[in-house]
Design a protein around this ligand. Structure first.
Ligand code: HEM
Length: 407
């Protein structure tokens, strides 16, 4: 690379939630946002190009010359990778390219299409209602993360996959490890192995008896594994990806959204008064909170021009979704949270071939969870000042560890 000294990868949202409604960008971030690409040092010490402007992020994420395969030499890793011998990423198509990626992703697209997600809305409602019934029965105070934000998406994805929710402690702890940038590589490898082992056993049991069950794993066992289109090890990786991606992200969005809405008097009441506007509100929450905070890393396989800047084959680039989502060229007053904004162009779910497959599900969960919470708990309030909230500082997905509330 040929530019000046690298700065460290900026993490946004920042860990302190005590400025403004949520922290605004600082001068460095505004500076980054005004530039096509900037050379940064990743937490692993590796240099990479930071891509921040909305148009440039779009160009990078749809560019066929960039790879998402973190096993390629030179990949801009955000964390050290366990040794190859310990690493079994089969089936985890979020990190695959080209035909290999689309072969696996295509097996799931129908499952997560909007019309199919509509069919599972009753399950989401039931799950939300049950969690809120329990919350009401236990009475205040409560930790909203533990009692609502985490169990709702977790129960839903377990139900869809056919994973027993009773095992949630086991996979929630391991999912968190996999998303934490500071956990040592050996522990990541151990948790990856344990999760794979758990899902492998579950899949073998389904193979032995998949006839009646109507969950996603059983359907894939019958329709794809039995026909030789999908190896068991691949199904293990797909199921793990869905399990991990399917609850942490949405859980963090539910708790941060609740915090943000409760910051300003009247926002909960407005949601109660006009629940049909919740879909628009959810888009603005996704844009504004942009929980995938480290951005999306990619490796250039060919020389490519991004934002007029040449990125050479072998160099890494990181698409910073959170900054692109605050690009003033696309969003008016981007640092303002505007519940009426039509924020559809945001990149909270990424862009291009890897764009989040679970987005219709995540949107439905967020909408139903927030509307019902506002409706049933009109007096909800956070009991600690923002600077005392414990945040997930080292996670790739930003969020709250706890959200103490009363009503
Ligand atoms: C608000 C919640 C969510 C957010 C913010 C989110 C964000 C993202 C982002 C940014 C990506 C792109 C990653 C990349 O390009 O490297 C992604 C991919 C993915 N997400 Fe989500 N996600 C959410 C919910 C979900 C849910 C509920 C599921 C599962 C049911 C899910 C499953 C996936 C999968 C499987 C991929 C990989 C897609 C591919 O590589 O083709 N996500 N998500």
């Amino acid at each position: 690379m040929t530019t000046t000294a690298a700065t460290d990868l900026p993490l946004w949202p920042p860990s302190t939630l005590d400025q403004g409604p949520f922290a605004l960008l600082d001068d460095e971030q505004r500076w980054l946002l005004a530039r096509p690409v900037t050379r940064v040092r990743l937490p692993t010490g590796v240099p990479a190009w930071l891509v921040t402007r909305h148009a440039d992020v779009r160009q990078l994420l749809r560019h066929p010359g960039f790879s998402a395969d973190l096993e390629r030499p030179g990949f801009p890793l955000l964390r050290p990778l366990p040794p190859q011998t310990d690493l079994d990423l089969q089936g985890g198509f979020i990190r695959m390219d080209g035909a290999e990626h689309s072969r696996l992703r295509r097996m799931l697209t129908a499952e997560f299409m909007i019309k199919n997600v509509r069919r599972i809305e009753p399950l989401i409602r039931q799950t939300v209602d049950a969690a809120l019934d329990d919350l009401a029965a236990a009475g205040p105070p409560a930790d909203l993360v533990e009692s609502f934000a985490l169990p709702v998406p977790s129960v839903v994805i377990c139900h869809l996959l056919g994973v027993p929710y009773a095992d949630h402690d086991f996979f929630q702890v391991r999912s968190r490890t996999l998303l934490d940038r500071t956990v040592p590589a050996e522990l990541v490898a151990a948790h990856l192995r344990e999760l794979r082992g758990y899902l492998h056993d579950l899949i073998l049991a389904r193979q032995a008896d998949a006839d009646g069950a109507d969950d996603l794993i059983s359907r894939l066992v019958r329709g794809r594994v039995a026909t030789g289109q999908l190896a068991v090890a691949e199904l293990v990786g797909m199921a793990m990806l869905l399990l991990v991606a399917g609850h942490e992200t949405t859980a963090n969005m539910i708790s941060l959204s609740t915090l943000l809405l409760l910051r300003e008097p009247g926002r909960f009441a407005a949601l109660r008064a006009a629940p049909d506007r919740a879909a628009i509100l959810v888009e603005e929450l996704l844009r504004y909170l942009s929980v995938v905070r480290t951005g999306l890393p990619r490796l250039a396989l060919t020389d490519a021009e991004i934002g007029g800047h040449l990125i050479r084959a072998g160099e890494g680039a990181v698409a910073v979704l959170s900054l692109a989502n605050r690009d003033p060229k696309v969003f008016d007053n981007p640092e303002e949270f505007d519940p009426y904004r039509e924020a559809h162009q945001h990149f909270a779910f990424g862009f291009g071939v890897h764009q989040c497959i679970g987005q219709p599900l995540a949107r439905a969960e967020l909408r139903i969870a927030l509307v019902e919470l506002a409706r049933r708990f009109p007096g909800l309030r956070v009991t600690v000042p923002p600077e005392q909230l414990s945040t997930r500082d080292t996670s790739i997905v930003f969020g709250l560890n706890t959200l103490p509330v009363t009503w």
